[in-house]
Design a binder for this molecule. Structure first.
Ligand SMILES: [Zn+2]
Ligand SMILES: [Zn+2]
Length: 416
């Protein structure tokens, strides 16, 4: 089988933004990547410009106006005030309601969220997930001043925290108690590390590589914030300092069972730990805000433990991805070799309808036998070092869900 240079129909759809065309193309409308410059979000505010509302939180009002539209919630992260949310507060699914809106009371930052991903996702339902992503009506309350608890509160099922884009973090387990990351099937999470459950809640079980942080993670200093636990403590990306991941620290500063540690600038905070259980949170070290999850009415105690049994890990149908290192700011051809004999439902002839590596979608795809060649644009502001998952989709003409192939930790982004 030898097909040459066929454009993905799904990519073609994305060029034509109107939702009517998405319907014509048979694609469930999903959030198109937002074009906002990262620099515009990097605030360099002085303390005089921020009205502190509690703990690390403050409000910055644009000078010369007191209109609430010009007010932004900002967070004191180490030495600087950062605008974590503006990038994610647009109406990316075009339903007239912003993805997120924020207010506060005396004790809480109050976030209303649609819980809807503002990055590309796999098409759901697909051959390995029968659920559809649905818009949610979440209200989360983050304590403005988080408090350490005497005991660790166990992570409930359902939302355990919130990413900066309003999409929720779940604990590492699926309903059946299986580890969603290492467990039985890599296909369960799409290339952005999320998937929807039965009621359509799209959620992350591990470090979400597609969530755009206002600041690039260069791996050269402490990672930026990627979200918050429901005890109000922030969750940071994997790095503690240059080339040192927080998960590799030993001694006093080592991460605890909740995946957190403390320093003088940030106070107590969590780190995502790529490829190491519990991946995001292991438990709550702080006092949880009970309104955020029904299970908090009867909270259980203690950190979670990995229940993955040897041999559960699923054999990927993608054998290799070359090169495994993609260069920042470059367009590259990636050769993806598949093994159709490992795919439960077989692999269709022809070119995949879509290829995604982490947040990056292939612009052109061709196939030579069992090798897929995908042209990938890696932007200049790509985060460095973190392993990205690769996801292939073969659209079906019968109206049945697409057939998906997946490989975890397939590539990373580096500089030349
Ligand atoms: Zn899940
Ligand atoms: Zn840290």
């Amino acid at each position: 089988m030898n097909s040459k240079l066929l454009y993905s129909s799904r990519v073609a759809c994305k060029w034509l933004a109107a939702s009517i065309l998405q319907i014509v193309c048979g694609v469930i409308p999903f959030a198109a990547a937002q074009q906002i410059s990262v620099e515009s979000q990097a605030t360099t505010l002085t303390d005089e410009q921020v009205e502190v509302i509690g703990g690390h939180w403050g409000i910055h009002r644009a000078s010369g106006t007191d209109s609430s539209a010009a007010a932004k919630y900002v967070y004191r992260d180490g030495e600087k005030w950062v605008d974590l949310f503006s990038y994610h507060m647009l109406d990316s699914n075009k339903d007239g309601i912003p993805n997120m809106s924020i207010s506060h009371d005396a004790n809480h930052l109050i976030i209303k969220s649609q819980g809807y991903p503002n990055h590309p996702t796999a098409i759901f339902p697909n051959s390995d997930n029968p659920n559809t992503i649905r818009v949610q009506d979440f209200t989360f309350r983050l304590p403005l001043v988080p408090k350490k608890s005497e005991t660790i509160t166990r992570l409930p099922m359902g939302p355990v925290g919130m990413s900066l884009n309003g999409v929720v973090f779940f604990n590492p387990f699926e309903m059946a108690g299986l580890n969603a990351v290492e467990g039985y099937d890599e296909v369960w999470l799409d290339a952005c590390c999320g998937h929807p459950q039965q009621t359509g809640v799209y959620h992350y079980h591990k470090y979400p590589t597609c969530v755009k942080s206002p600041f690039i993670d260069t791996g050269k200093s402490h990672s930026p914030i990627i979200g918050f636990g429901f005890d109000g403590y922030p969750v940071y990306g994997p790095y503690e300092s240059e080339s040192l991941r927080a998960m590799d620290i030993t001694g006093d500063q080592a991460l605890d069972v909740c995946n957190g540690h403390e320093d003088s600038q940030r106070g107590y905070h969590y780190h995502a730990t790529p490829n190491r259980f519990p991946y995001i949170l292991g438990g709550y070290a702080g006092v949880v805000e009970p309104s955020n999850n029904r299970e908090f009415r009867r909270p259980r105690l203690g950190a979670i433990e990995d229940q993955t049994q040897p041999g559960e890990k699923y054999a990927s149908q993608i054998l290799s991805l070359v090169p495994g290192t993609l260069l920042q700011g470059k367009t590259q051809s990636v050769r993806i070799t598949i093994d159709p004999t490992k795919a439960r439902r077989g692999v269709p002839e022809g070119v995949p309808s879509w290829v995604q590596i982490g947040p990056y979608e292939a612009q052109e795809v061709e196939r030579e036998g069992d090798t897929i060649v995908a042209k990938i644009d890696v932007p200049q502001d790509a985060s460095l070092g973190v392993m990205l998952d690769c996801h292939l989709e073969f659209g079906t003409t019968s109206g049945r869900p697409p057939i998906v192939l997946k490989r975890n930790n397939a590539a990373r982004v580096s500089v030349e």
